[in-house]
Design a binder for this molecule. Sequence first.
Ligand code: DGL
Length: 276
Amino acid sequence: MSINEKRRAPVGVFDSGVGGLTVAREIMRQLPNENLVYFGDTARVPYGSKSKDNIIRYSRQIIHFLKTKEVKAIVIACNTASALALDVVQKEEDLPIIGVIRPGARAAVMATKNKKIGVIGTEATVQSQMYSKVMKAMEPEVTVIGKACPLFVPLVEEGFAKHHVTEEIIDFYLASMKKEEGIDTLILGCTHYPLLRSRIKEYMGEKIHLVNPAYETAMDLKALLEEMDMANDLQEKEHASYSFYVSDAADKFKQFANSILPYDIETTKQIQIEEY
Ligand code: DGL
């Protein structure tokens, strides 16, 4: 493969479902020349209640699938897989793989003034304490308060972001974070949660700074591709190409993706991920 072909190779992005589209959307915005292959593991979502062993197994299979698409780098657009599988797969693979936790942690450490940071995410992410470990390595003085919000994922996946029950569930999970913990920064530590951002913002109030790790992750990907001299330099008038794969319910995924991406996707293919 020539160097130009390598630069034009896509970036692989994956999540347990639609959540990672919030990261893909940010990559499309910040790196408009990059071709993307997205995989949503819709047959096995949610990852947040699964064991570490299974999340590592799922991540390995997805990476093997993405490698068949000749990707030049992979973004794990899932906090749960970033927390539990990134270190393992990074050691096994010969291509660059980045996750969303380090970029999100950095943004929160930069934003906090009182050094009290809240992290909301899946059971698995919160239990791993990965955000806390990474932030304390960057700034030992920070206090990190984690809270698992498992019902946020099905609310998003089922399109309930604007439904009134969502308000009650936000109150159920975030009341103590809002009233007792004294945080000034809150990390949306699950890629589904930015789709509830305005509801969470409304509830937490203007004074709490919300961090969406997607923004910093796209910045890190840009820096990584430039450092490797792998950024795509498309000729004028060419368009980046985006392909979407899922492990189940392709039509539902497509409909959802079309409601949040800046353009309409035409096809989503279903694959048998267990074969990889
Ligand atoms: N969107 C995923 C994350 O960022 C996980 C949701 C799930 O599958 O539980 O953690």
